[in-house]
Design a protein around this ligand. Structure first.
Ligand code: FCB
Length: 467
C-alpha cells in the first residue's frame, strides 16, 4: 500500500461551517500565544472546500491509499447529542471521491482535535472522555461506509505528553500526573473503539498509530543507560506493553506514583480492553534520539526528545536534537536528526519483542526550507534523499522478516504544523497560503514514479532529475 497522510485540523479550515464546534486546537491556536506567528487552522489549506482538487492530486500521484482524519467536532458537535449529518456528509463525499479514483481510504478517528466541551470537563485526564470517544467511534463506524481499515488514534503519546505534561500542544496543560492519566484514558478509549468495531462492523480491520522511536545512550555510563531505558519506557514500552502484553511496564507505573493521579486511574478490566487484539499497527517515524550529558533533560523529555523549558515563541520542537549531537549527522528544518538505520532497528524490535501483525508506516517525511523558484517550480532534493533512505530501511526491515504492508508519506500538502503554524513545510505539494494554489514539488513526481514502478530509482538519477 502506497499512500500519503494528512490530518483534519491541519488541512481542512472551515472551522465554523456546517455545524462544527471548537476543538482544543481552535482554543489553543487562538489563545495560548504558543503557536508560531499566532497561526491558526481557521483556513489552513481550505481542503474542506478544495477536497476535489486534492483528490485529483492523489489520483495524479497514483497512490493506492490515503490516510486522513475525521474531525470529532464535526460529527458530534454537542458531544452527547445526535450526529451532525452535515459533518458526516463531508466525509462521505471524501470517501466516495477516493473510491471513484480507486484509492483505499484509511481514516483515523482521532488526530488531536478533542471537542473543547470535553476538555472543559477534564479532557483526557478524565475517564469519562474515553466513553464519549466510544460513542463517537460507534457513530463513524456505523455511518461511514466503504472503509476496510479503521485507525482509532494517531500518536496518543503526543496527545498525552505534549498536551498535558509539557504544554507545547493543546490543551497546553503542564501536569505530569494528568499526562499519565491521559495515557491510560487514551489507551482505554482505543480499546473501547476496537470493541465497538468488533460488535458493530466485524468485517472491518482496526488498529492504531503510535509514534515509536529509537533512543540511544550516548555513552556506556550506567547513569546514561538508565536514563535511556526510562525515556524508552515513556516513548515505547508504556504503549506497546499494555497493547500487546496487557500490562503497563512496572518501572513506569512506579515512576508516576509521585505524580497523582498517574496510573492509579487504572480500573479492573481496563487492560483486557486495551489489549483487545488489533489487526495492524501504524508506526510514525521521523528520527532517533540520543540520551547523554548533564541532567539528561528529563530523559530528553521522556523521549519526545525535546529539551529546555517550554517554549513561548517559537516553541521548542518536540523531536529536537539533544544537548549532544551526533557529529556530522544531517538534520531537517525541524532540527530532527536524520538516521534511517533507526527505522529498520525499530521495526525489527517491534517484531522481535511485541507483534507480527501487519505494520504500516503511517507517517514518515521531513520539513525542509522549500521555496518556489523563478520558474515556478519547487525543487526539494533533500526530501527525496530522506525518503529514499527511509524506504531503503523499510526494504531492509522486510529482509529481516518484518511484516511491513504499507508506507505513507507525511504529508500530501504543506499544512498547519501544530505549534509551528505554517512555518514548517512537510508537504510533497506546496501550498500558497495566500491563494490556496497547490504546486506539486519534485518529490511528488519522484514518488509517483516509485509507486508506478513499485521500486526506487537510483538516488543520483532521482536527484539529477530535480535540476
Ligand atoms: C506527527 C503528527 C503529524 C505531523 C508530523 C510532522 O507527530 O502526527 O500531524 O505534525 O508529526
Amino acid at each position: 500500500m502506497w499512500g500519503t497522510a494528512t490530518a483534519a485540523y491541519q488541512i481542512e479550515g472551515a472551522v465554523a461551517e456546517d455545524g462544527r464546534t471548537p476543538s482544543i486546537w481552535d482554543t489553543f491556536s487562538h489563545h495560548s500565544g504558543r503557536v508560531v506567528n499566532g497561526d491558526t487552522g481557521d483556513v489552513a489549506c481550505d481542503h474542506y472546500h478544495r477536497y476535489e482538487e486534492d483528490l485529483d492530486l492523489l489520483a495524479d500521484l497514483g497512490v493506492t491509499a490515503y490516510r486522513f482524519s475525521i474531525a470529532w467536532p464535526r460529527i458530534h458537535p454537542d458531544v452527547t447529542g445526535p450526529a451532525n449529518e452535515a459533518g458526516l456528509d463531508f466525509y462521505k463525499r471524501l470517501i466516495a471521491g477516493l473510491h471513484e479514483r480507486n484509492i483505499t481510504p484509511l481514516p483515523t478517528m482521532y488526530h488531536w482535535d478533542l471537542p473543547q466541551s470535553l476538555e472543559d470537563k477534564g479532557g483526557w485526564a478524565t475517564r469519562e472522555t474515553s466513553f464519549r470517544f466510544a460513542d463517537y467511534a460507534a457513530t463513524v463506524l456505523e455511518r461511514l461506509e466503504g472503509i476496510e481499515k479503521w485507525t482509532t488514534f494517531n500518536e496518543p503519546w503526543t496527545s498525552a505528553w505534549l498536551g498535558y505534561a509539557y504544554g507545547h500542544h493543546a490543551p497546553g496543560r503542564e501536569d505530569i500526573g494528568a499526562a499519565a492519566a491521559a495515557t491510560h484514558h487514551l489507551l482505554l478509549a482505543h480499546g473501547l473503539g476496537v470493541e465497538a468495531a468488533r460488535s458493530l462492523v466485524p468485517e472491518v480491520e482496526i488498529g492504531l498509530t503510535l509514534n515509536l522511536g529509537v533512543l540511544r545512550s550516548g555513552t556506556n555510563e550506567q547513569v546514561d543507560l538508565d536514563a535511556t531505558w526510562r525515556g524508552d519506557g515513556n516513548q515505547n514500552r508504556i504503549w506497546l506493553d499494555p497493547l500487546f502484553r496487557g500490562s503497563y511496564p512496572e518501572d513506569m507505573v512506579k515512576l508516576y506514583e509521585a505524580h497523582p493521579p498517574g496510573f492509579s486511574v487504572v480500573q479492573e478490566g481496563d487492560l483486557a480492553t486495551i489489549s483487545s487484539p488489533i489487526d495492524f499497527l501504524g508506526v510514525n517515524f521521523y528520527g532517533p534520539g540520543t540520551i547523554m550529558g548533564e541532567g539528561r533533560e528529563l530523559e530528553a523529555r521522556m523521549a519526545g526528545y525535546n529539551v529546555g523549558p517550554r517554549p513561548e515563541a517559537p516553541p521548542v520542537n518536540h523531536l529536537a536534537g539533544l544537548g549532544v549531537e551526533t557529529p556530522g549527522r544531517p538534520k531537517t528544518a525541524m532540527e530532527w536528526e536524520i538516521d534511517a538505520t533507526a527505522l529498520r532497528e525499530l521495526l525489527v524490535r517491534i517484531k522481535d519483542e511485541y507483534t507480527t501483525i501487519p505494520l504500516y508506516i503511517t507517517e514518515n517525511g521531513a520539513a525542509f526550507n522549500d521555496y518556489v523558484a523563478v520558474d515556478g517550480k519547487v525543487r526539494d532534493p533533500q526530501r527525496i534523499q530522506y525518503l529514499d533512505e527511509h524506504l531503503e530501511a523499510c526494504l531492509g526491515a522486510i529482509d529481516d522478516g518484518v511484516n511491513l504492508q504499507g508506507y505513507f508519506i507525511w504529508s500530501l500538502l504543506d499544512n498547519f504544523e501544530w505549534g509551528f503554524g505554517y512555518s514548517r513545510r512537510f508537504g510533497i505539494v506546496w501550498i500558497d497560503y495566500d491563494t490556496g494554489r497547490r504546486i506539486p514539488k519534485s518529490t511528488f513526481h519522484w514518488y509517483s514514479g516509485v509507486i508506478a514502478n513499485n521500486a526506487l530509482p537510483p538516488l543520483d538519477e532521482a536527484i539529477a532529475a530535480t535540476r
